[in-house]
Design a protein around this ligand. Structure first.
Ligand code: SDX
Length: 434
């Protein structure tokens, strides 16, 4: 019998195999899977385990970082609505908020910016293994390797129990991610590497490292610089998405944060996750014209393909980020000229939002549906789109990683399984096998 639990805050389970009943406490609307272990057929029974492939209905942690209401299309970082942060904040300030839990004071923000700025440089040896990649190596593959490689340049990162050491690695990764991304791009197009320009803003410096040519100093277009900064804000965290789940899982083995982040980058690379923004552009290019949209939608309804940039595990309504991104697109296109693929995207959205197939499945545009159009208009190649997502997600990954380490309920992640393999059998010597 559960002590002190009020009747209404328990679940009464009756095991019809034994007739026994159990009172399981309800905490924060959940039951602890470990409370199921008492449900046994007999004393030799290991006890009941919950089964939830892909964690469709499993909370793996308590977190105070990001709140999402999928039905209402609400997204908040540390309680601040994403719309207000996109309107009023900057990416580095949002990074501070996610990691520290509060908006910084003027002094704290100045120190934070200084800390990040002084860590934008990379060890010169990183250029050597960057040069080792083929010219057409996908920049996400390069990023997985180079982020992991940072762990070899900063062996002190292993001291994960030291808050000062954790903070140093966090500012290193936030500072160096754009430099790694720009190096991968410049390598792929055979252009000389551009060193960070610490006079510029975080986003302005990234644009400089990406696009500076022979001019003495790169001056980013302020509209594009602001648009990129807001896009990074929109990608900064998203509670327990696949790549965040991975950084928590890898981090739970107490490896350094760079190795854990490399796993998160690898997860984000997938076309069902951060790789979707690149696939959306490829899909729009494949559709080619508004006339082909209806036929494409029909093939999606037949299950022959997915409408990339649509659907979400949590949002059963319009992704609030997609709404903001659509507005950013208009500002960017005023500078760059309208991306012709936008008309195809708008037609896809118009048709999809009225088709039963999508309405019944509550499939709406997600964060990835419009970002690629903006990135392409800004001059980024398609392969770099998921890299831009990764740059934005670093503060969220770091905040979630540190929250996991400080959570006394957490330990090394090691799920159970339902074994479906053969029962025990004897080894057959090679000459006896059929
Ligand atoms: C991101 O988790 C996060 O928070 C992620 C993210 C973040 O900020 O970290 O928001 C970033 O990853 C956004 C999602 C980017 N991915 C895509 O746009 C790829 C296309 N979308 C999907 O493949 C899909 O919608 C997912 C992966 C996003 C969600 O998949 P779920 O929740 O596992 O849903 P599902 O695959 O079980 O689909 C449910 C039904 C299925 O139909 P039925 O089998 O019931 O008939 O909806 C269908 C699916 O076929 N469906 C789609 C679809 N997405 C789901 N059908 C057509 N096109 C789609 N895009």
């Amino acid at each position: 019998m559960v002590k002190n639990a009020k009747k209404e805050e328990t679940l009464t389970l009756i095991d019809n195999r034994t007739g026994r009943s159990y009172e399981i406490p309800i905490q924060s609307g959940t039951l602890r899977a470990m409370d199921l272990r008492q449900v046994k057929i007999d004393e030799s029974d290991f006890g009941m385990v919950s089964y939830d492939p892909a964690f469709l209905n499993t909370a793996t942690c308590r977190s105070a970082i990001t709140f999402i209401d999928g039905d209402k299309g609400i997204l908040q970082y540390r309680g601040y609505p994403i719309e207000e942060l996109a309107e009023n904040s900057t990416f580095v300030e949002v990074a501070y908020l996610l990691i520290h839990g509060e908006l910084p004071s003027k002094f704290q923000l100045r120190v934070w910016i200084q800390d990040i700025t002084q860590h934008t440089m990379l060890h010169e040896n990183i250029k050597k293994f960057m040069d080792g990649f083929h010219h057409d190596a996908h920049p996400m593959g390069i990023l997985v390797s180079t982020v992991s490689g940072l762990s070899t340049f900063y062996p002190d990162a292993k001291n994960i129990d030291d808050p000062a050491c954790r903070r140093l690695q966090v500012v290193r990764l936030i500072g160096k991610m754009p430099t790694l991304a720009a190096l991968a791009y410049r390598h792929s197009v055979g252009k000389p590497y551009v060193y960070p320009d610490n006079d510029l803003s975080y986003s302005g410096n990234f644009l400089s490292m990406m696009f500076k040519m022979v001019e003495r100093k790169y001056n980013p277009n302020p509209i594009l610089e602001k648009a990129l900064d807001v896009l990074l804000i929109l990608h900064a965290d998203h509670e327990q998405n696949a790549s965040t789940n991975v950084i928590r899982c890898i981090g739970s083995s107490h490896v350094d944060p760079f190795s854990a982040a490399a796993g998160a980058v690898a997860t984000l690379y997938g076309p069902l996750h951060g790789g979707a923004n690149e696939q959306v552009l490829r899909m729009l290019a494949e559709i080619g014209s508004i006339d082909n949209v209806k036929g494409y939608i029909d093939s999606v309804k037949k299950g022959e393909r997915r409408l990339m940039g649509f659907g979400h595990r949590v949002y059963r309504n319009y992704d609030p980020r997609a709404k903001i991104i659509k507005r950013i697109a208009e500002h960017v296109f005023e500078v760059t000229g309208r991306n012709p693929l936008l008309d195809i995207a708008l037609e896809l959205e118009k048709i999809a939002l009225n088709e039963d197939y999508f309405v019944q499945r509550k499939l709406y545009p997600n964060v990835d549906f419009y970002t690629g159009l903006i990135y392409q208009a800004m001059g980024f190649p398609m392969e770099l789109f998921p890299v831009l997502f990764a740059i934005g997600r670093v503060p969220g990954w770091m905040a979630q990683w540190e929250e996991m380490l400080k959570d006394s309920e957490q330990k090394i992640a090691r799920p159970r399984q339902i074994y479906t393999g053969p029962v025990v059998r004897k080894y057959i010597p090679l000459d006896k096998r059929a």
